[in-house]
Design a protein around this ligand. Structure first.
Ligand code: MSP
Length: 522
């Protein structure tokens, strides 16, 4: 663990019934950009991701695959681990809910909840019988009034998932007694749920009244045994949400990691799992006598070429295929730049190629390439020193120096698209400055001025590259190599320093290649 203020960020843990796809990569990339930004900004970051391996859905997928559940989980969890590597995700931990430490944490929180009384002085957990609807795909219970009937009269969950009627002995969590506590919490912590529209949805859902929640299942056994009654396994969402505590050492609340990182600073989730994170999770934590996370941010969903992504439609997008085709940085940049974080968006190949050839190759790539090439050919590869600065130089440098403050504000939301827009605004300024100053002419007319212009540009590119690291880590690293900035010296603190004239720069190489559609086979 390093020094600095702690910052604990999590992705949802991914169900192992599916192969990794674009949606999973998106949550991971968004968290990664924020985690990297905070690390570079001096925070002591704990970044967690992993896989959600229990429950009826996974048990069924394992059965369908003809494998024992754990064998199946071992295999698919590996695919998610590979996805994190592929997308250049800098997670500090990868948790699996089948790990022993997690079983211990889940049983620990159950015992803590059961050992406390509800705000109305009743048992938080009681034994009863569940009779109602359940959607295996969502791993969620639904009331009759929430279901939607299709043309044939078949009921579906609001997500479109099939539902089945379930009747079985079950333990219940007395969620109804936590309604006032939750509303008071939302009131006292207006930033707990973001964006605002999600917050409003959650508040009105809770105001509408809460039913007690079934928190154990008896019709299958793939889960964490309920302490004291192993005929029951814990409801998979109670087990899954607890992963955020497992990673910091719970149930040992004296563990250094727990003391440092709990409560989490931000759980980033998709909009489909807001209720679990913003209603059930804080209620479980309050009932267990634990602190509630500071923030839950719900992002939107991607469609693909205008359609919902699904295997049956044949438009399932695997991150592997995208990265092979476009490169990891380009995919990361596209995802974070294309749509406001929190909104839905469409993933189209045309849009990806537009961003690659426009923002990356033409704008940033070209800026770096032409400036660094001029330093090579006009100055023998040695960074020139600046002379007296003119207003145009001061203006460009001032906008580069203002980037850290601006992007900090945007990343605090987080608004990745705006942070990138802000950075690229300066890319645009710098490109215009090159055209206006025309160093190729200065080379012949005023070599002192040439030095100032190229130095101003190199210094601007240094700021841009340092701030681009969280989003496009590989390209930014290449660019910083080309500015001869040592790898250990690339955090935001170095923005306060400046390039040293006379530094020898290596031969430049392109950082953002243009995407050229492969010619169709004859
Ligand atoms: N296992 C639960 C989370 C438990 S957290 C304690 C789960 N897993 S999931 O694999 O189904 O989804 C993981 C994340 O991927 C969710 O945040 C979900 O919103 C996101 N996405 C899945 N499909 C998506 C898109 N098409 N677009 C964007 N994100 C989507 O839910």
């Amino acid at each position: 663990m390093t020094g600095g203020k702690p910052f604990y960020i999590t992705t949802p843990i991914y169900y192992v019934n599916d192969s990794p796809h674009l949606g999973h990569a998106y949550t991971s990339v968004a968290c990664d950009a924020l985690a990297r930004f905070m690390r570079l900004d001096g925070f002591n970051v704990l970044f967690l991701t992993g896989t959600d391996e229990h429950g009826q859905k996974v048990a069924k997928s394992a059965r369908d695959a003809g494998l024992a559940p754990l064998e199946f989980c071992d295999r698919v969890s590996q695919n998610f681990r590979a996805m994190t590597k592929l997308m250049d995700i800098s997670n500090d931990q990868f948790i699996r809910t089948t790990e022993e430490r997690h079983v211990k944490a889940s049983q620990g929180i159950w015992q803590a909840i059961a050992g406390n009384k509800s705000p109305k002085g009743r048992d938080n957990i009681y034994l009863g019988k569940y009779a109602g609807w359940y959607a295996v795909r969502d791993e969620a219970f639904y009331g009759e009034d929430e279901l939607i009937k299709d043309a044939n009269g078949t009921r579906h969950a609001p997500s479109g998932a099939e539902v089945e009627w379930v009747e079985e002995p079950s333990y219940f969590f007395r969620l109804s007694d936590w309604q006032d506590g939750l509303l008071a919490y939302y009131d006292a912590h207006p930033d707990f749920i973001a964006p605002k529209s999600r917050r409003n949805e959650v508040v009105s859902f809770v105001k509408g009244g809460l039913n007690d929640l079934s928190v154990s299942r008896t019709s299958f056994d793939w889960g964490v045994p309920v302490p004291g009654n192993p005929k029951h396994v814990m409801y998979v969402w109670l087990d899954a949400l607890t992963n955020y505590l497992t990673a910091v050492g719970y149930p040992d609340t004296k563990a250094a990691a727990y003391k440092t990182f709990w409560p989490a600073d931000i759980h980033v989730v998709g909009k489909d799992i807001v209720r679990f994170h913003c209603v059930y999770w804080p209620a479980f934590l309050m009932a267990a006598g634990l602190e509630v996370p500071k923030r839950v941010f719900a992002h939107g969903w991607w469609t693909v070429e205008g359609h919902k992504m699904s295997k049956s439609l044949g438009n399932f997008v695997a991150p592997q295929q995208l990265v092979e085709q476009y490169g990891v940085d380009a995919v990361r940049y596209f995802m974070l730049r294309e749509l406001p974080f929190g909104s839905d968006g469409d993933f189209s190949r045309r849009a990806v190629v537009g961003r690659i050839n426009g923002d990356l190759a033409n704008d940033f790539g070209n800026l770096a390439q032409r400036v660094l090439s001029m330093i090579q050919s006009y100055c023998g590869g040695k960074l020139p020193g600046p002379g007296a600065l003119k207003a145009a130089d001061e203006t460009l440098l001032a906008s580069a120096r203002a980037l850290l403050m601006k992007t900090r504000t945007e990343m605090a939301e987080p608004a990745f698209h705006r942070a990138l827009e802000t950075i690229w605004h300066v890319v645009g300024d710098a490109n215009r400055y090159v055209d206006e100053q025309a160093p190729w002419t200065l080379r012949k007319t005023d070599t002192a001025r040439l030095g100032t212009v190229l130095y101003t540009l190199a210094e601007t590119i240094r700021h841009l590259a340092i701030l681009a690291q969280p989003f496009v880590p590989q390209a930014a690293a290449k660019l910083l190599d080309q500015l001869s900035i040592p790898p250990g010296n690339r955090d935001f603190a170095v923005l306060a320093t400046a390039l040293i004239p006379g530094t020898v720069l290596p031969k430049p190489a392109g950082i953002f290649p243009r995407y050229v559609e492969a010619a169709a086979a004859p």
